[in-house]
Write a protein that binds this ligand. Structure first.
Ligand SMILES: Nc1ncnc2c1ncn2[C@@H]1O[C@H](COP(=O)(O)OP(=O)(O)OP(=O)(O)O)[C@@H](O)[C@H]1O
Ligand SMILES: [Mg+2]
Length: 378
C-alpha cells in the first residue's frame, strides 16, 4: 500500500480505480475536508478473478508483424508524454465520483477482436467509445487533418447528431444541404453530401440535428444496421481513410459505424472514469464482428487529454499499456488549451497552431495509424 502523501492543504486518500489492479496500483485522490468520511468508498468489488483490469476486458492477442509492414509504432519523433506540460488548463485534481465497476466482458466473446488483419488502403475507421467527452471528435478531426497533411485523401463522416466534427471542420450547420442523415435515411449518395474543408485532401460528410431522429427512425428499417456500410460501398474507394466519428452511445448509429468499418479506434481519456464501459464497448465490437462484419478489428487505443502533472494520468496510462500492450498507440495526446480552442475557429489543430504540442501529437498519431501505407486514392 502506498504511503500517505504530505498534506498540502487538502487531505489525500488512496483508493482503487475501478477495474484496475492491485493495491500497489491504487490511485491518489485529493478531497476537501468536508468530503471525507470514515465510511468505506463505494467501489463495487470486481465480480470475478483477482480484481484486475482483466476481469473487465480481455487482453488482446499479441500482434504479429507482417513481413514488409512496419510495426505500429513510429520509428522516430518526439514523444509527447515527455514534453513539459505548460498548456494544461485545468486544476490538477478534480473531484470525481467513483464509477461503479463496469460489467465484465466475457473473454470468449471478445478475445478475437484484437486480431491483426492486413493493413491495406482504403480503410474505414470508426472512432468509438460510448463514454462521452473522451476525445472522439477531436481525434476524428485532428487525425483526419494530419492524415490529409501526409497526403492521404481523407473523409470524416460525422455520425453524431451533435455535429461537432462538422463545425470543428469549419462547416456551419446552417449551410449544410445534404447530410449523413440523408445518406442513411433517404439513400442520398454520399458524394452528394460531402463537403471540402480548409485542409487540402480533407472532406467531411456533415451531420445536423436531424440525425438525432435516425436512432428511432432506423428501428423499423430494413437492414437497419447496414445502412452506412451500403452508403460507403460506393464512396470508400474515393478516399484512403474514412474516419467515422461515432456518438457517445452504443445505439444503432454506432452499430452502423462499426458495421461499416475495417477498424475501431478507441480514445481513452486519461481521467478517473477512463475504463468505465470499455468492457461493454468491446463486447459490442465482438457482437458486430460475429454478426455483421467479420473483418472488424480494434486497431488501436489512443490515450487522450494526458496531463503529465497528474499521478492519475500516469497511472491510467500504465494500466492501459500493461493490459493492452502494443494495441495502445505510443503517441499520447496531451491536454492543451490550444486543442480545445481550435474547434471554435473551425480549424484542426495543425492549422490553428501548427507547431503546438497538440499538432505534433496528432501528426505522430497519423504516422502510427497510417503505417506509411502507400496512398492510393485521389
Ligand atoms: N487533448 C485535449 N486537450 C484539451 N481539450 C481537449 C482535448 N481533447 C478534447 N478536448 C476537449 O474536450 C471536450 C470533449 O472532446 P470531444 O468533443 O472530442 O469528445 P467526444 O468523445 O467526441 O465527446 P462526445 O462523446 O460528446 O461526442 C471538447 O471540449 C474538446 O475540445
Ligand atoms: Mg464527439
Amino acid at each position: 500500500m502506498a504511503s500517505e502523501e504530505p498534506d498540502r492543504g487538502t487531505r489525500r486518500r488512496w483508493f482503487r480505480l475501478p477495474g484496475l489492479q492491485s493495491e500497489s496500483k491504487d490511485i491518489a485522490r485529493e478531497e476537501t475536508e468536508a468530503d471525507l468520511s470514515s465510511e468505506p468508498l463505494p467501489v463495487d468489488a470486481p465480480p470475478t478473478g483477482e480484481g484486475g483490469l482483466s476481469d473487465y476486458v480481455p487482453a488482446p492477442q499479441p500482434t504479429p508483424v507482417t513481413p514488409g509492414e512496419s510495426p505500429s509504432l513510429p520509428a522516430a519523433g518526439p514523444d509527447p508524454t515527455t514534453v513539459d506540460p505548460v498548456e494544461v488548463d485545468e486544476p490538477q485534481v478534480v473531484e470525481t465520483p467513483l464509477a461503479s465497476a463496469p460489467e465484465p466482458a466475457p473473454a470468449t466473446a471478445t478475445e478475437s477482436i484484437f486480431g491483426e488483419s492486413s493493413f491495406e488502403l482504403p480503410r474505414v475507421i470508426s472512432i468509438a467509445n460510448q463514454k462521452g467527452g473522451v476525445g472522439k471528435t477531436t481525434t476524428a478531426v485532428n487525425l483526419g487533418a494530419a492524415l490529409a497533411e501526409l497526403g492521404y485523401r481523407v473523409l470524416v463522416v460525422d455520425l453524431d447528431p451533435q455535429g461537432n466534427a462538422t463545425t470543428g471542420l469549419g462547416i456551419s450547420h446552417r449551410n449544410v444541404e445534404g447530410s449523413i442523415y440523408d445518406v442513411i435515411m433517404n439513400d442520398t449518395p454520399m458524394d452528394d453530401c460531402v463537403e471540402p474543408t480548409s485542409v487540402k485532401n480533407l472532406f467531411v460528410c456533415p451531420a445536423t440535428i436531424d440525425l438525432a431522429g435516425a436512432e428511432i427512425e432506423l428501428v423499423p428499417a430494413f437492414s437497419r444496421e447496414l445502412k452506412l456500410k451500403r452508403a460507403l460501398q460506393g464512396a470508400r474507394d474515393d478516399y484512403d481513410f474514412t474516419l467515422v466519428d461515432c456518438p457517445p452511445s452504443l445505439g444503432l448509429l454506432t452499430v452502423n459505424g462499426l458495421a461499416a468499418s475495417d477498424d475501431v479506434l478507441v480514445p481513452i481519456q486519461c481521467e478517473y472514469y477512463a475504463l468505465e464501459g470499455l468492457g461493454q464497448l468491446l463486447r459490442n465490437v465482438a457482437l458486430v464482428k460475429s454478426n455483421l462484419n467479420p473483418d472488424l478489428d480494434v486497431r488501436g487505443i489512443v490515450l487522450t487529454m494526458y496531463d503529465a502533472r497528474t499521478r492519475l494520468a500516469i497511472q491510467v496510462e500504465r494500466e492501459v499499456r500493461e493490459h493492452f500492450g502494443d494495441k495502445v498507440y505510443r503517441t499520447v495526446v496531451p491536454r492543451t488549451v490550444r486543442i480545445s480552442e481550435a474547434p471554435s475557429f473551425g480549424e484542426p489543430i495543425i492549422v490553428f497552431d501548427a507547431t503546438s504540442r497538440g499538432a505534433v501529437a496528432y501528426r505522430e498519431l497519423a504516422k502510427e495509424v497510417s503505417r506509411g501505407a502507400t496512398r492510393r486514392a485521389g
